[in-house]
Write a protein that binds this ligand. Structure first.
Ligand code: ATP
Length: 290
């Protein structure tokens, strides 16, 4: 379980993140989405004890990272920065990390195979492609088989095959009861992977909800004989209504409700269309307008 509560980080009086509150639950993959500079890395660094919060709390399994018993066993991380010496082989990088984490060496071979680097294991990481480096970073994060996994932009540099591999791996972790928090600046990248989304813009959380609720509901386009009466009736029912002059755009009502309400106020409806919202548009409207 990952939790942040009113988490704030200020650098020289400027907010990097402000009052960030969200939960990433076990058994689910949570996507942490925001444009460049929105505060994703800063939040993840605070969760991992690499930056100290100015205010608020960043908790893993109910505790601050530095208060965790054997933190390397509880949380695995894939961060953006380079992770190994370029002259070192993938195998020796993992073997060193395994030693530090108290993990038996046989786990190294197992993991190299799991991330598809068995053949490249003895090559120096300086010769790895970006995608191979990401695979090695994922292997490092999984060394202790931790119940909580935090990944900062792990999809950068992965080709479609690599992306499918990562998607399957994260789903597998969640299915086994793990907590997975993964950041990205592209919703499309995560759309097929995540259960929940947290959208952050200019350091503030704009939305924390199940992915399914994001495009759900949709917007209705309604054309009727007396738009003014319809408008008032829909607003009375709690909907948000706008118009482009030709038809009403109604959010917050089902098509069934919109039809029934029109009947109640005696306005014939000529057209009632449910618009399925594009998830990417919803994301951009939240992420780009802090
Ligand atoms: N050490 C620091 N000193 C000063 N400002 C910082 C520092 N770290 C981050 N910031 C600022 O905090 C804001 C959030 O940055 P952060 O790296 O968390 O965003 P991000 O969402 O991870 O972006 P990206 O996708 O580009 O990595 C930015 O305005 C950044 O310039």
């Amino acid at each position: 379980m990952i939790e942040t509560r009113d988490l704030t980080k200020t650098y020289r009086g400027v907010d990097a993140v402000r009052d960030v509150t969200f939960t990433a639950a076990p058994g689910r993959v949570t996507g942490f989405l925001g444009l460049n500079g929105s505060g994703k890395t800063t939040t993840m660094r605070m969760l991992l004890g690499l930056a100290r919060p100015t205010a608020g709390a960043a908790l893993i399994n109910g505790k601050r990272y530095r208060d965790l018993d054997k933190p390397l066993r509880q949380v695995g991380a894939v961060l953006e920065q380079g992770l190994s010496h370029p002259g070192q082989s993938g195998y020796s990088h993992l073997a060193t990390q395994a030693l530090l984490a108290g993990v038996p060496r046989r786990r190294v071979e197992e993991l190299l195979e799991y991330v598809g680097l068995t053949e490249a294991g003895n090559k120096s990481t300086g010769a790895y492609s970006l995608g191979m480096r990401q695979r090695l970073a994922v292997a490092t994060g999984l060394l202790t088989d931790p119940p909580v996994l935090i990944l900062d932009e792990p999809a950068n540099g992965l080709d479609p095959g690599g992306m499918a591999w990562l998607r399957a791996l994260l789903r597998e972790r969640a299915a086994a009861g793990g907590t997975v928090l993964i950041s990205s600046h592209l919703l499309g990248e995560l759309e097929q992977t995540v259960d929940d989304v947290v959208i952050i813009a200019a350091g503030r959380v704009r939305l924390a909800a199940p992915l399914a609720s994001l495009g759900g509901g949709g917007r209705l386009r309604v054309r009727g004989r007396d738009p003014h009466t319809l408008w008032l009736a829909y607003e009375r029912a709690g909907a948000t209504v706008t118009t482009d002059g030709a038809e009403l755009h109604v959010s917050g009502l089902t098509a069934e409700d919109a039809g029934e309400i029109a009947l109640q106020v005696g306005v014939p409806v000529y057209q009632l269309v449910t618009e399925v919202q594009n998830l990417q548009e919803v994301f951009l409207s939240l992420a780009a307008n802090p």
